[in-house]
Design a protein around this ligand. Sequence first.
Ligand code: HAM
Length: 550
Amino acid sequence: MSEGAAKKEEKPRKFQAVRGTRDLFPPETELWNRVERAAHEVFATFGFGEIRLPIFEPTELFARSIGEETDVVSKEMYTFVDRTEKLGPEPKIGAFGIFIEKVRELYRSGEIPQTGGNQLALEHMESAWKKFNGLSPDVAISLEDLDNAYQMTAYMDAMRLGIEISLRPEATASVCRAYVEHGMQALPQPVKLYYMGPMFRRERPQKGRYRQFYQIGAEVLEKEVASGEWPLEARGKRVASKEGKEVTSGPPQAGVASKELAKDAAVDAEVIEMVIAFFDRLELQGVQLDINSIGDRNCRPKYIELLRAELLKVKDKLGLDSQRRIETNPLRVLDSKLESEQGIIATLPRIGDHLCEECATHYAAVKHQLEMRGVIYRENWRLVRGLDYYMRTTFEITAKGLGSQNAVCGGGRYDGLVELLGGPPTKGIGFAIGEDRLILSLQESGKGVVATGRDVYIAWMGERAHATAIRAAKDLRKAGFSVELPPVEQKFGKALGQADKLGAKYALILGDNEVSEGLWTLKTLADGSQAKYTEPDLLEHLSKQRALKL
Ligand code: HAM
C-alpha cells in the first residue's frame, strides 16, 4: 500500500493538551504581554539585563544545585536520556559486534555515562554476543541463539546511551551555570540578570499549579573579593615597618566583615524592593511579603540537629511526610500545612534564636534596609523554602485571590552555589515570580482588564473605495492604529455590525461619494456620532483622540 493510501485510512483523532499544560490565547495573552513589558521596564530601571536560557540542561546541574532530596529533583522533573548521535540507529543483528565495539569506545570516553548499570549491561551484551551463533545461513537458528539475541537487545535497551537531560524546573541553576561558562566574574560586578519563560514540574495540577508554568525571575551574582584583594587598610592593623613605610599586620579588621554584611543586606533589600515596585506598577492586590533568615553553614547544621532532636520527641504525633523528613530534611517539617501538626510546630525551636553572629547581623541589616526603602514585611520563622541552595535571607510574597497556591514569588540568597558549579566563590540573591499566579491574581481582583478590539474598522464598498481603503489601512497602521480591513466588500449595515462585534472604536466609511469628494466619514461607535474629514485631518483627529486616551 502506498504511503498516501495508508494515510487516508487513518481515522481522524482529536488531541488535547497534556495534563497540567494549557494554551494561552487572546485576549488573555494581551495581559501576559502587559505584565512582561512591565517587567522589562521596571527591571531595566534597576540596572538588570535579560538573559535567555536553554529549556533543558543536564539533569546533574539541577540535582547538584536544587538538591537530590528535594521534591523538585526527586519527583518532579521531566527527564530523558539524550542518546548520543555518535552511535547511529539501532543495529541489525548481524552488525551487533560493530555496535558493541562503538558502545565500549564511547563508554571509555565518558560520552556514554560510566555508571554501574551501564557497565553491567555492556558486559552482559558482550557475553551474549560471544555466545551468539545464529548468523550462518545454512544452520537453523537454535533456541539458545534466540535467547542470546533477546538478551543482547534487552541489555541494549537497558543501557543509558547518552547523558540525562531534564526540562528546567527553575532557572537559578542555569543562570549560575551561564555565569561560570561565560566567565562573567570578569565583568563589572555584580552581574544583574533577569529571565522569563516556561518551567516544568510534574506536580499535581490544580488552580495556580501547572506542569508547564511560567516564571519571571532575576538574579544578582557577585564574585567574592578574596581577602588578599582587600584594600590595604582592610587587611589588618597598620604598623610602621623598619623602613618607616606603612604596612599591615594582624587579622583583618572586624569592620570589613561587617561592611560586607551590610552591603549584602542592601543588595537583598534592593532585590525585594524591585519585586514590590513591579507589583505596584501592575497594581497587584493584597501583596504580603514574608521574610526569614535560615542561617549559614556555621549555624544551620547545629540548629537542624536541635530541631531533629525535638522532632524525634514528638515523632508519633506527626504525619508520615513529616516523620520521613525528620531524617531527610527536618527544616521542611516547618513548611507543613497539616492542621494536626500546627500546634506542635509552634513549640519547636526557632532558627532566629540560633543564628550565628554574622547571620544575625546580616538579618538585622536586611530588615533595616527594607524599612529604609519603605517595604513592608512580616517575619515568618517557618519560611524555609523547598530548594537546598538557600542561606540567610529567604522570602516569599503572596497575593489576593489565589486559594491554597498563593505564593506568587519566592526567593533568597544562595552564596556558594556558583562555587558548587565549578566557579569562583560568588554571592547570589534572586527571586522568581509565578507568572500564571500573578496573572490569576490580577484577573481575580479586576486589575487584569486589557483593551481588546480594534481602533478602526474600515467599511468600504466599490472597487475605487477598495483601493482607497487599502491605502487608508496602510497609513493608519503606520501611525500605530489597529485596523480591521475586511477582504471583501460588505453592505454598510453588516460592516457596522461586524465592527461592533470586534469592539472597534471607530468605523471609517468609504463609499463612492467619500472617495470622489475626498471627504471620509468617521463614525464613533460608542455614541453613533459621525463626522467627515479629509485624509490628513482624519489622521490628526485620531492621533489627538489617542493622546487624550478617548
Ligand atoms: P520556587 O519557590 O520554586 O522558587 O518558585 C517560584 C515561584 O514559581 C512560586 O512562588 C510560584 O509562584 C511559581 N511556581 C512554582 N511552581 C509552580 C507550578 N507548578 N505552577 C505554577 N507556578 C509555580 C524558584 O523557582 C527559585 N528558582 C526562585 C529563586 C530565584 N531563588 C533565587 N533566585
